[in-house]
Write a protein that binds this ligand. Structure first.
Ligand SMILES: *[C@@H]1O[C@H](CO)[C@@H](O)[C@H](O)[C@H]1NC(C)=O
Ligand SMILES: *[C@@H]1O[C@H](CO)[C@@H](O)[C@H](O)[C@H]1NC(C)=O
Ligand SMILES: *[C@@H]1O[C@H](CO)[C@@H](O)[C@H](O)[C@H]1NC(C)=O
Ligand SMILES: *[C@@H]1O[C@H](CO)[C@@H](O)[C@H](O)[C@H]1NC(C)=O
Length: 298
């Protein structure tokens, strides 16, 4: 929960593995390991209780409740909510979205994010597919002059992320660890999927008025990641091969908004954030499934 500087740049390292694509099964119901889909009958205050599938304490300002942070937008349920009769929800940030980690305020960020899993559970074994659908609220847009992390898997020691979904203008601090590729030129309007070394392994446009459905197949022992994607109610399809990436260290699935500052050195403790922030991201269909037997919901 400390932070996670993740991100950037463009070294499409496709095809570093010879592993075959997983077979995507339309008919099979794959075993669900952790389920973040919210029943229709749960008010936003459920997120403040242990009835929530997410950690009720983290990651948010100590001065805000989830009932204040979570909204239920009027949009069609996402594809993996329909089958479960569950509902989409929106995670919002404001000027008050300040997080204190280990007694230290993180004034560089405005953030609110839900945690699924505790870092040492069955989502950290074998082959797992992390599912989410994301959608924009036209009344609460991101300001893409900033870099955002919206969905990620943060390593157990909080020093890195095995993968993340980022948006906006990437900070120079988040350039890939093992290359000299610059972040300049990577379009701020793109979603960017990053691996653990901040290489950008896949991008797609941030759509304005439709569900964007993602899956990350994380083969933990084989140290590979594979990205699946679709829009609306289309089936997910693989958009990368399994890419070699260090999956070690366990960790947690995080879903929300982490808005990074501009004009910053440390990213976490300094930099510029504008006032009167009112931004949100709509999520649905959040679950982690067991893909060990080649089963992936599409
Ligand atoms: C929470 O509120 C208290 C009292 O107003 C304030 O001193 C503190 O800085 C706030 N903390 C955060 C993280 O905003
Ligand atoms: C994490 O969750 C798993 C499964 O619910 C549980 O067995 C384990 O004890 C938990 N670990 C911690 C550190 O809370
Ligand atoms: C990156 O830049 C440094 C300093 O210019 C250089 O020594 C190094 O060889 C470069 N690495 C790569 C992978 O190009
Ligand atoms: C976007 O963010 C930049 C940097 O914080 C700020 O200068 C600008 O006013 C913001 N734009 C909008 C439309 O809010």
């Amino acid at each position: 929960m400390k932070s996670a500087f993740t991100s950037t740049v463009l070294v499409a390292l496709l095809a570093t593995s010879t592993t075959a694509l997983p077979s995507l099964q339309t008919s099979t119901k794959c075993p669900v390991v952790l389920d973040g889909r919210i029943p229709k009958t749960s008010p936003p205050s459920t997120f403040d209780t242990t009835s929530s599938p997410f950690n009720p304490k983290y990651v948010k300002s100590q001065n805000l409740t989830w009932a204040q942070i979570i909204k239920y937008p009027h949009v069609e349920p996402s594809k993996f909510d329909k089958s479960k009769n569950s509902i989409p929800f929106e995670v919002t940030i404001s000027d008050a979205s300040l997080f204190v980690a280990g007694g230290k305020l993180q004034p560089g960020f405005r953030r609110a994010g839900l945690l699924l899993g505790n870092g040492s559970d069955a989502s950290n074994e074998g082959v797992r597919t992390f599912h989410w659908s994301i959608r924009q609220d036209p009344r609460r847009s991101m300001n893409l002059t900033h870099e955002y992390m919206n969905v990620w898997h943060e390593a157990g020691d909080y020093s890195s992320n095995q993968w993340s979904l980022n948006a906006g203008a990437m900070l120079a601090q988040d350039k890939p660890i093992d290359t000299n590729v610059s972040t300049v030129g990577l379009d701020k309007r793109l979603w960017k999927v990053l691996d653990r070394r901040n290489n950008v392994i896949w991008t797609t446009r941030i759509e304005r008025d439709t569900w964007q459905n993602f899956g990350i197949v994380m083969d933990i022992p084989a140290n590979t990641l594979q990205v699946l994607y679709s829009e609306d109610y289309e089936p997910l399809r693989p958009v990368t091969k399994p890419i070699h990436s260090d999956n070690s260290g366990g960790g947690q699935y995080q879903i929300g908004i982490l808005k990074k500052p501009t004009e910053t050195e440390t990213v976490v403790f300094d930099g510029f954030q504008e006032n009167n922030i009112d931004e949100g991201q709509i999520y649905g269909g959040i679950f982690i499934e067991d893909s060990s037997k080649g089963c992936t919901s599409r």
